[in-house]
Design a protein around this ligand. Sequence first.
Ligand code: UN1
Length: 500
Amino acid sequence: MSALASLAEVGFDLTTLTTGELESRSPIDGRVLARLPRISRAQYDATVARSAEAFQAWRAVPAPRRGELVRLFGEAVRHHKPALAELITLEVGKIGSEAAGEVQEVIDICDFAVGLSRQLYGLTIASERKHHHMLERWQPLGPVGIITAFNFPMAVWCWNAALALVCGDTVLWKPSEKTPLTALALHRVLESVIANFADAPVGLSALLHGDRPVGEWLAEDTRLPLISATGSTRMGRDVGVKVAGRFGRTLLELGGNNAMIVSPTAAEDLAVRAITFAAAGTAGQRCTTLRRLYVHDSRYDAIMTRLKRAYGSLRVGSPQGADTLVGPLVDAAAFEAMQTALAAAKAAGGIVHHGERVHVAGLDGGYYVRPALVELAGPIEVSLKETFAPILYVFRYSTIEEAIAANNAVTQGLSSSLITQNLSEAELFLSAEGSDCGIANINIGPSGAEIGGAFGGEKETGGGRESGSDAWKAYMRRQTQTVNYSATLPLAQGVKFDIE
Ligand code: UN1
């Protein structure tokens, strides 16, 4: 029996999802898994109105009690973990362990949020006025719009939703039009928890199925003080400009073009594994995927030999196969973008290894590729862009300063890494003169971050921070409070204003 069966408990049944404009296709074989209706403008407006109404009640529920809802949700996700992971594999094409890892990331952020629900700390501040005290208090913000991408169809929503819910906000989720099913299943799990939670108002969390116009409605909607959006830089620029135009806030997590530097002292086995997982894993479809590799001259030939061999033997195939390491690309458009990028790299003098389509028996409708390595003498137009596919551009370098400058010489700034045993190089990379990215790692690839740290990046990556650390502050409104417990009214800065 399919692991999906457990989801019947929350009213999710694939066989009943047969009508609607949105088509969920499996990257495994291109088959249509389900059809779902797209939300209309009138339904959208009613949903946001309910969310705004629900916020009035939810903000007054004590934060630890809000945390209890998220705790119960995390428990329910644990129960449905095999089913949710199977659905990610079906709809996104992730291999089993990565799909399970994504569901684990959902569970982890729930646990984090539960603890956070008792730690929404503010500051106390010394007042210059006698018998006054000042404090900084974090208040719930309002209904939050969350726009997510296909490649992490559950975890990224939950980074936002789990924090927003404990912060006292209500949430509205527009998932990628490529992954309506995973969103529906996970949201049904949350709905089932909400239905049994007395303090949860109707409309606390909503799912908005649709494509681009729904994202635009959210961006333009003055009822939503915060829009958190994950996806391409182009999408982020549109959303960012629209939201800024109405003085709303955005939390943007956009494109990456992540690099790794392999230094003269790098441990070779570790480097080769780190490179291969970060560049070829998830079929190159993480925003943290390794896309540029800088190898020191002294190590270049040996590392390239190992990489070509490792890439040649990577098991590409159905993500449902127990041994598979590289599943399919999400769709034909992703395959074409990859081939276009490889052709451009070749035309610009790059030496391309692999990257060809792999035909998997019985799965002709799926786009499987052998991940590509492209040797380049220097940056070219296509290596400065993010192509959402497994292409790794490889360069030589001779000094660490030169390699760090190259790491930083792109418009994106998400993640970065250095493989070294040299303490001075590691510290330089992590210093003010080092990597300019939101994430900087030593002896780890750029992908696969834990939820405990703040996740996000600089420059065209959008500047937002989600998930751990103090990212919760984005979902709250900061209020400075001054209280006078004297009978007089001294004014700050010594100002005198005495009246008769
Ligand atoms: C993404 O690709 O949008 O760090 C998120 C990672 C994952 C999250 C990736 N934990 O690779």
